[in-house]
Ligand binder design. Structure first.
Ligand code: NAD
Ligand code: GLY
Length: 350
């Protein structure tokens, strides 16, 4: 088992390794006085892993309530979130009890938002079961649901008390879901660590999965430790997200988050090179990674459609929006655009 500590407004451990689902009870019991929890999962992860996690918790004396909602981004909405809150209330969870988010990023974001808001905030533990959730969404405390107007438009910053990442769970992931995590991993290399990017291009991710997850978590922990509430450096983690979220929305969430981010990074890098924000060669680095991992670099939507979807992105503030571009592989910066600038950026991206 490897451990990374995140030092944000609270400090917490991220445990990474095989066989950790069955150690969940032991790891959690050592760090809490509470004895009741709700395990929140989805309809695909529940049948695979919930029994094992519940048993591990019960074996060390926890009373466990289990709630599963229908899997998928289209269910990351107010209705599903409301049902989680009602479940917690019906089962009389108190402020000293806690949630366990068992699943991918959709489960983590929604259970985390429920934990942030139920009785004005209770503790929660992230147990990511996708490569994307392990490498990105389970760490850093961003929780959210989607609204009709766009992705993640209601949410809160609420750090988990612990992250337990059992990398054995990735064995049941469909290849396409695994590659969603590869996209966020490539993003971390492109914005923060050229040597990591090169390892991804030359090495074997699956053969060294624990180390790859650990490096992702270290990069994220470093950024979140410095800028938990996204006033500065954390914005760089949104590389590929302004146009990526627009692609997700235009597709009615048929395009998954990781695939949309991969395409968003390519589109942003093309626009950035054409408009002189990034040097030549940065687009090529993104295209090469997307090609190697079978991720998309284009999108079927016209500039006008993408622009309309991008204007409801929550990274917009006042009359402007910060888009992330590469200075070189391993280094990124933000560029502040007004709405006309965003339109020009979107047109140059295609
Ligand atoms: P997901 O949670 O929808 O999981 C993808 C699919 O895989 C689902 O059908 C799920 O049921 C299934 N699944 C999960 N684990 C499995 C396993 N071990 N075996 C078999 N099937 C499994 O998607 P995701 O890619 O994990 O997460 C995407 C979400 O994360 C998006 O909503 C995105 O906005 C969010 N996100 C949040 C942050 C953050 O910082 N909070 C960062 C990145 C992404
Ligand atoms: N995935 C973006 C962030 O956590 O800030």
């Amino acid at each position: 088992m490897q451990t990374v500590t995140v030092s944000a407004s609270s400090a917490y451990p991220v445990y990474i390794g095989g066989g950790l689902l069955e150690r969940a009870g032991e790891l959690i019991a050592a760090s809490t006085q509470s004895r009741t929890c709700a395990v929140v999962t989805d309809s695909k992860v529940g049948p695979l892993y919930a029994a094992q996690v519940c048993r591990s918790l019960q074996d060390v004396g926890f009373t466990v309530r289990l709630h599963a909602f229908p899997a998928g981004e289209r269910n990351k909405n107010l209705g599903t979130y409301g049902a989680i809150l009602e479940f917690l209330a019906e089962n009389k969870l108190t402020r000293s009890d806690f949630l366990v988010a068992l699943g991918g990023g959709v489960v983590g974001d929604m259970a985390g938002f429920a934990a942030a808001t139920y009785q004005r905030g209770i503790g929660y533990i992230q147990m990511p079961t996708t490569f994307l959730a392990a490498s990105d969404s389970s760490v850093g405390g961003k929780t959210a649901i989607d609204l009709a107007a766009g992705k993640n438009l209601a949410g809160a910053f609420h750090q988990p008390d612990m992250v337990i990442c059992d990398t054995d769970t990735f064995r049941t992931l469909p290849d396409a879901v695994f590659s969603d995590g590869v996209a966020e991993t490539v993003k971390h290399g492109l914005i923060a660590d050229a040597a990591f990017y090169q390892f991804l291009m030359d090495g074997d991710i699956r053969a060294q999965i624990d180390d790859v997850v650990r490096r992702n978590v270290e990069i994220k922990a470093s950024v979140v430790g410095e800028d938990e509430f996204e006033r500065g450096r954390r914005k760089l983690l949104n590389f590929g997200h302004t146009l990526g979220h627009a692609i997700e929305k235009c597709s009615g969430y048929a395009v998954t988050h990781g695939h949309a981010v991969a395409a968003g990074m390519a589109l942003a890098s093309r626009a950035a090179e054409r408009l002189g924000y990034s040097p030549a060669g940065t687009l090529e680095a993104v295209l090469a990674a997307n090609k190697r991992f079978g991720l998309p670099s284009g999108c079927p939507y016209a500039a006008g459609e993408l622009y309309a979807a991008a204007t409801s992105d929550k990274k917009r503030s006042g009359s402007g929006i910060d888009v992330v571009v590469l200075e070189q592989v391993g280094q990124a910066k933000t560029v502040r655009l007004d709405m006309e600038g965003l339109r020009a950026f979107t047109e140059a991206a295609l």
